[in-house]
Every structure is written in C-alpha cells, then in structure tokens.
Write a protein that binds this ligand. Structure first.
Ligand SMILES: [Fe+2]
Length: 424
C-alpha cells in the first residue's frame, strides 16, 4: 500500500490517515488508522498535527471504520464546545466497544505470554535450555499491542491474583516497562529489548528453593543472601543462550540496583545504572507492592504510586518516578474510584489532557445500587453536562473492602461476555 507524507493543510475528507507525526497516545485520536469523514475531524487533525501519513489505496468504510470514526475526538476537552449530550453518549458507547476489542486482543497476547513464561520457569527449574525465540515473539506481540492501545494493556495489569504470582508479575513488568518506555519516547526496537529484559528479569528466581522464595515470614540474613543471587543467576542463564542482546541482559542483572548504591548485586550508584534498567526496576517494584501474594494483600494503586514517590530519591531518581506517575496516571487504569457524588467506577482510560478526570465505567450509584448496563462516562464531559452532582474523583478504593470482584467483572463485562473462564 502506498503511504505518503502529507502536510495537514493539504489533507482532504475521504483520505485514509495511517499515521500521525506524533504518537497516537499524544493525540486526541483513539485508534490508529481512520478515514477522515467530517470537517470537524479534518479541523482537529489540523489543530493537532503538522503532517500525517496517508494511505493512497482508499478503503471503503466498513463497520469497524465507522466505530473508529465515531470514537475519534472523544478524549474529553479536546474540543469541549463540540457535540451535544446524546452524541457524546453514543460516542462513549462506541469507545467502549473499541476498548473492549482492544482488551480482548491484549488478553490473547497475555495468554500467549503466560503459556510461554510457565514453560520457561519449568525449563529453568530443571536446567533445560530456554527458548528465547518464543520470548522475542511474545515481546513483539506485546510491543505491537501496547503501542496501539496502552490503556487496555495497563488495565489488565491491574487485575491481580495471588496464585501464579511469578508468571503474572513477569508479564506485568514487561507490559508496564514497554508502556513506560514508549511514554519516554523509546522506539520500537528499543521497546523490544526492554520488554525482553523485563519479561526475563526474574528467571534466576527459579533456581532459588521454593522454601525460601515463597516463605511468608521474615527472611533470615542467610536466606536473603540466597535471594540476592537471582539477578546474576538469571543473567548467566540468559547470557548462556548467546542470542540475547546486552541491553536486555543488563536489565536482568541490574534490576535490583538502586541510585543510592544500596542495591545489589554490584552496588552500582547514580548514572552507573542506565535509564532502561531503572525504568524496569520502577515497574518491578510498583507491580510487586500493588499485587496480592499468598501471604499478604497488595496496596491500592494510588498508595503504590505514593510509596514509589517516597522511594524515588534513594532508589530510582525523582524525575523518572514522576514520569512513571504521568504514564500510568494519577488514577491508574483498572483502579476502582469513588466519585464526589458517591458513585463507584473503574478507571478505563487515561486522559493526558486531564489526568484528574479519566473515563470511568460506572458500577454503582451513590446508594450502592448496580448500574445495569454499566455505563462508560468521561468525567470531564460529565462535569460539563451535569452541574448538580460532583463528578470529580474522591479517592481510590480497595475492591475487596467494597465487595467488588474485579476478575468476575472483567470476565463478565469485558472479556467474552462471561461465557468463558478467564485466567489473567
Ligand atoms: Fe528480582
């Protein structure tokens, strides 16, 4: 397909925009690739970009294109005076359908990754050769999906369950690291190297006896020394394959190094630790402290971010942690929030233009009654439409404390309409 660069001034209705001059996440457009249909869309493209890439073999608009077109410009406040309440509501429903499609796609990628990581863990445990080709394949799928729609990928990292912690954690750290590195501006090839290092970062743990690795109580000094061997063990195992690049290997070896010099195994400090390593370390700690383990509950996402912020000066550097918070959002996707009006919802997408007012799916009203069907609302748009009630986020709430089962919610609302057992 012929793709050419075009100044937005020359763009016309009916042209097929394949790519922007900036990441899609930095634009008000939700999906990659759409046919310009209206003067409003054309105007918004001209406001947002200087140039775009156009595919010359114009497509007929099919149902999917229509969804994409209607979902466009639904990032609240991109142009607040445009559109009435009904149009916004319809567009929100379209947006919801698009999000659910992306969620299903990411879920399939995670299932593939999960199968791979479980085999990998067995291979390492039994001293067999590890399959790095499949790791690369998994990471390529992750990079493709995450760069297209990071919100769906991040949403699934928030579904925590205690069993299968190690596999789930490896996948989450890879997803978070790819999303965070993309946010920082790394290109696709670097994202794959970072993703590979992140996916394999803890393989050395498979050489630690389970009695120490899964010990619920406090570790003795000797036991901790055993745990501290896992970065070097993992590094040696993966390096031994001879086909994993140094940028991925350094993530495995150094992901417990800290800028204060108090990390391990080598006590590196400050800028001896690369940004790629530090960003993966941030994702590792964030996922660990917000995850349930067999012996303790994870803390909610906002408290996790707060804890990361406290650790920042000694562990990762303040600037990088601030960027991480910008990346995942003050109210991270997938977290449950209570609104000022008492309703409960789950955060569905980040909004770079309005971080305090994300799009949420409303679950319960202020009297605790379930919304059925559950509604997608943009808090920014809702605040403009309804001045009577408070549509700000009051706080992040713990799903367990208010009796919401996020796995059941994901299964019946978002992934295959509840007809399929979901492992996440
Ligand atoms: Fe580790």
């Amino acid at each position: 397909m012929a793709r050419r660069r075009m100044d937005v001034a020359d763009l016309e209705i009916g042209m097929d925009v394949a790519e922007l001059d900036r990441p899609w996440i930095d634009s008000p457009f939700l999906f990659q690739g759409f046919v310009v249909q209206t003067a409003d869309e054309l105007e918004l493209l001209r406001e947002t970009c200087r140039y775009v890439y156009v595919d010359d073999d114009r497509r007929e608009e099919d149902a999917e294109d229509r969804t994409i077109r209607l979902s466009i410009n639904m990032r609240p406040q991109a142009n607040p005076e445009r559109g009435g309440a009904e149009w916004r509501r319809i567009a929100m429903e379209e947006r919801r359908a698009g999000f659910e499609r992306e969620l299903q796609r990411m879920h399939a990628v995670r299932e593939h990754a999960r199968g791979y990581v479980k085999n990998l863990m067995q291979d390492v445990r039994f001293g067999r050769a590890i399959d790095t080709d499949r790791a690369r394949q998994v990471v390529t799928e992750m990079v493709d999906t995450i760069t297209a729609q990071p919100d769906a990928a991040l949403w699934l990292t928030q579904l925590k369950q205690a069993h299968e912690y190690t596999a789930q954690h490896s996948i989450n750290v890879a997803v978070l690291s790819i999303a965070f590195a993309a946010h920082l501006g790394y290109g696709p090839e670097q994202l794959k190297l970072i993703g590979l290092g992140a996916l394999l970062h803890d393989v050395g743990k498979m050489r630690i006896p389970p009695s120490i690795l899964d010990k619920p109580g406090r570790l003795t000094a000797q036991e901790f020394e055993v745990i501290k061997r896992h970065p070097v063990e993992g590094y040696e195992i993966v390096k031994g394959t001879g086909d994993v690049p140094p940028q991925s290997l350094e993530i495995i070896r150094y992901h417990h190094e800290r800028v204060s010099g108090r990390g391990y195994p080598d006590g590196l400090r400050g800028d001896q630790i690369s940004t790629a390593v530090l960003l993966t370390a941030i994702c590792d700690v964030y996922d660990a402290i917000t995850s349930d383990r067999v012996y303790h509950h994870g803390i909610p996402a906002d408290q996790g971010l707060n804890a990361m912020y406290q650790m920042a000066p000694s562990d990762f550097g303040r600037e990088l942690v601030q960027e991480f918070i910008k990346c995942v959002g003050i109210y991270p996707v997938g977290s449950l929030v209570e609104l000022g009006n008492g309703a409960i919802g789950v955060v569905m997408t980040r909004d770079p233009l309005n971080r305090l007012r994300p799009v949420v799916m409303l679950l319960r009203d202020s009297r605790g009654r379930d919304y059925l069907p559950r509604r997608f609302v943009s808090l920014a748009a809702q605040a403009e439409l309804d001045h009577e009630r408070d549509w700000t986020v009051r706080r992040v709430v713990d799903a367990r404390q208010i009796g919401i089962d996020m796995h059941a919610l994901a299964a019946d609302e978002l992934l295959s309409g509840g007809h399929q057992v979901v492992h996440i």
